[in-house]
Design a protein around this ligand. Sequence first.
Ligand code: PGA
Length: 252
Amino acid sequence: MRKNIVAGNWKMNTTVPEGVQLAKDVCAAVAAEANLKCDVIMGVPFTHLMAVKEVIGDANVGLAAQNCADHTSGAYTGEVSAAMVASTGANYVILGHSERRGYYNESYEMLKTKVDLALENGLKVIFCCGESLEERENGSFKDVIGAEIRDSLFHLTAEQMANIVIAYEPIWAIGTGKTATSDQAQEIHAFIRGLLADKYGAQVADDTTILYGGSCKPSNAPELFAKPDIDGGLIGGASLKAADFMGIVTAF
Ligand code: PGA
């Protein structure tokens, strides 16, 4: 039975003290929630991982980095390896976010390597995919999403897929206030689950958590999460205020 997950993606926001405070607020709110129906994860900047891990302690909250290097170690100034991320106590890494693909030219091939390194180091991967507005409008969106998933994930074994969470994030909905309608999102989530079923069989498809991301907020989360193939959200802007984030966590 797959898990529901609500994961925050703080992106390049908050100083360390601000992030520590936000993490404290989220952890306190999660602890106060008697009937939690999803796993909660905070995706924080590299600089915050150790401090936020300390705040989390043994609370029931996961910790994610937002990227890792496509090399193991060595002369890659400014890069942070999967082993380094894992050594902070983080359990997840977000890979393939459209901002990384777009601004930092992350290719399918590079992401495949990052996925492998993350898994080798015991990290679970939140793997992002999603189409641009142009691809939505010209009708190529399913081809694009299919290629993103196939080319960076389909070399994995069925056992490895147990450590992959997929996040569908239409680029035109990220940070724009424009959410995909719940029907549009459900259509793509079902499409992705179909790809997984074709490649790995019904069990893996059924067990894989597929998140929606893109202007998800407390007001639209209940309708999105009510869809059969939407298993939670990857939350950007609304993860920066504990009350908004918790409004989504409690939307199930
Ligand atoms: P948003 O970002 O919630 O601010 O639209 C989502 C994401 O990029 O993960």
